[in-house]
Write a protein that binds this ligand. Structure first.
Ligand code: SER
Length: 323
């Protein structure tokens, strides 16, 4: 790696579902001491603490961000600290505070310090009931009904504004539901697709909070990490979009996931008791057109439903199987 590729990276939300794995991947790639993991309240795992620096920050208090950025001479931020869709409906004010004011603080610190690059994830939650639900286009109606979606649309617009107005290189993808074996997601509508694996291994049964035919876009963590790093390393001159790339890997319903898990655990059974999250899921797309990501930075997923399920059961089985 040449000197110009050297980065001093800060990851916010590093204890979260994506942050905990992305931080380790970034440390492998850019050097362990060059990637500062930061969190708010959650106690960081041993893996996170032992593999490089860790600091507490609160993204809603700009001075805590400035202090760490200054201390480590940060030039790149992966801003993953956020409140997800289900918690956002229970605590809309907190969602606004963290997702909007927190992002604004990150962007302002990055602008003032003329940082090289910022990553800020968006989500399929930017779409709403008026959006075409099949093969959802890159450019389409963005009229979400959740506070989470509202903050993500505003966040995309704000990031794109900072690029145009201040030349700050902000990039982001509209993540689908992310499935992972390391850290549980916290408070999303797609969380069932992670919980189901824990229950399938531990108790061979699960009660799903979405209807069995609710198709949603999903992605396995290795693809999520690959997409994030590939977009951040893409040649800026090739990018026509910046903070709002549609991103897809697979789409399935709870019933289809259950059928796939049954191929490995035949005795597994699932019941369905939809709750308030059903309405959120019903307002989101079923499948996504990600051709802009494919064309502009070569995006291509590796995992489909079968490959993801086999890998999840193997990884989780090793970790919690005997517990
Ligand atoms: N996985 C997220 C959620 O369910 C969507 O971005 O809130």
């Amino acid at each position: 790696m040449s000197k110009s590729d050297m980065r001093r990276i800060l990851v916010s939300g590093a204890c979260g579902q994506i942050g905990s794995e992305l931080t380790l991947a970034l440390r492998e790639r850019y050097g362990h001491e060059n990637v500062v993991a930061t969190g708010h309240r959650t106690k960081p795992s041993d893996k996170l603490c032992q593999s490089g620096p860790f600091e507490f920050i609160d993204v809603t208090r700009r001075e805590t961000v400035e202090e760490v950025v200054e201390k480590y001479d940060i030039d790149t931020v992966y801003h993953l600290a956020a409140i997800l869709s289900a918690v956002g409906e229970e605590k809309p004010h907190l969602a606004w505070e963290v997702n909007i004011n927190g992002l604004y603080n990150i962007l302002e610190v990055a602008r003032e310090r003329e940082m090289a690059r910022v990553f800020c994830p968006s989500s399929i939650a930017v779409f709403g009931p008026e959006t075409p639900r099949e093969n959802t286009p890159q450019e389409t109606v963005l009229r979400p009904r959740t506070m989470y979606g509202v903050t993500k649309v505003a966040g995309e617009l704000l990031c794109n504004y900072y690029f145009k107005r201040f030349g700050l290189d902000v990039r982001g993808t509209r993540y689908p539901g992310i499935i992972s074996s390391e850290t549980l997601p916290g408070g999303g509508t797609t969380d069932y697709a992670v919980e189901i694996f824990y229950e399938a291994i531990r108790h061979q049964r699960y009660t799903c909070f979405l209807r069995e035919d609710t198709v949603l876009p999903m992605m396995y963590m290795p693809d999520c990490i690959k997409a994030t790093i590939d977009l951040m390393e893409a040649d800026l001159s090739r990018l026509k979009h910046h903070a709002d790339f549609n991103l897809a890997a697979m789409s399935f319903s709870p019933a289809e996931l259950v059928a796939e898990i049954k191929k490995h655990i035949p005795e597994f059974t699932c019941e369905y008791q939809p709750d308030f999250r059903q309405a959120i899921a019903d307002s989101w797309p079923r499948t996504i057109d990600d051709s802009a990501a494919r064309q502009e930075w070569g995006w291509e997923p590796s995992y489909d439903l079968a490959a993801m399920t086999a890998d999840m059961l193997e990884k989780l089985g090793q970790r919690i199987g005997s517990g």
